[in-house]
Design a protein around this ligand. Sequence first.
Ligand code: AHR
Length: 497
Amino acid sequence: MKALLKVDPANQISTIDERIYGSFIEQLGRAVYDGIYQPGQATADKDGLRQDVIDAVKKLNVPIVRYPGGNFVSQYKWEDGIGPKEDRPTRLDLAWRSIETNQFGLHEFMNWADKVGTKANMAVNLGTRGIMAAANLVEYCNFPKGSYWSDLRRQNGQEKPYNIKTWCLGNEMDGPWEIGQKTAYEYGHLANEAAKAMRAVDDSIELVACGSSSMDNPTFGDWEKTVLDQCYDNVDYLSLHRYYGFYGDDDPNELDNYLGKNIDLDDFIKGVVAICDAVKARKRTKKTINLSLDEWNVWYHSNDQDAKTAPWQKAPHLLEDVYNFEDALLVGSLLITLLKNSDRVKIACLAQLVNVIAPIMTNDQKVWFQSIFYPYMQVSNYGKGIALTPKVDVPTYKSREFDAVPYLDSIATYDKSQKTITIFAENKNQSEKIDFKTLFRDLDVEQVIEATQFYGYDVKADNRDGKMKLQPLNATIDDHEVKAQLQPLSWNMIRVR
Ligand code: AHR
């Protein structure tokens, strides 16, 4: 099989907002406790933050981390997590039916974010709480001084405001599982009022309203329209959440279908964009609402185990999916899909980051990387600058859910400041190599800086044994063309200058 990708700097999708490489830490399972925070662990610093986890997160170059939930936030009282630790209450976490000691809260998270070199994407509780609790949190975090909440922050050891820019107005408020679920009208109205109050405290913040928690929810579509009708003028982004699972082990063709699920994400994104723009037209406004895919990943491996987990534990093992090679391939093409939609998707959070449906896992002794760590690391480190429209002719296949899945998924990004071009390419063919060529228009490329391939593993193999590694890919440049052979079922990255 052959494929030619034409890379032309004149054909641009968009400048990439680096926040699309965000991730997510929820107070859930072992994400925080025994994950990023484990006082007494061999690498933990004086604040109880694990240095080995910090080092691992730094490799991923995560620009923004959503916190503290997730379902958790819809029943959370943020004031429980501030002030002297000995005074903080232990509560029942009703979302995950766990024990929450509140030994980790806002200040601990911001301290961790600072050490990791990331920014917060802070969620407020619009499930069981409302307008003033949200506005007070903005005051606590962002107001300089001289008011009740800002002075309390200073008293609690943080003199300077945190200046958190990105805020989520609740979480999955359409979901029947969510504590404080609302109708679209109820939520849209509340989001609008909370947004007004939060912006009154700090008008520099950006706000994300909850869209649908899944395209499969029966309210999808109507939800977006009704919510935006209420809060369009006071929010900046609409969220969407999407998780995938492999549910056809008995069917030999299911892998083809699984690897095509990026088409579902593309459809979901384009559907939400269409609704945002329809509301824009009806409102006769110039303002455009962009998207925040603030939860996405593969999530299914741990479901059976979680159903058996006893409630009311501290830091229980929950949502500890162990990812295999086929999951890494799907995550790779979902990342390419994000880049292809980077004109409208401005924030995205891989859910989640540590131990809970995560690229990074810990035990008491060490950290290990899951298969999905590698494509995420490469795209977040090198998928910078401008996403270029991929012009490529490639055969397609039909699968259970999708009529035409291209065997090759690819995109190039152009970093003008570094004068580099990075190509991400995934071969979904299970048996054939792709003779891959890239033709550059109006770009003088002379040198391959780095070329890697991720392939050769059993699709069901995982990285618990630490054997999964990126391998060198033999890529050459000749006459303005990069040439490489993409192995069957492979994720590839080629960086040129
Ligand atoms: O990321 C795990 C959970 O998935 C989040 O808490 C919730 O928002 C979603 O349903």
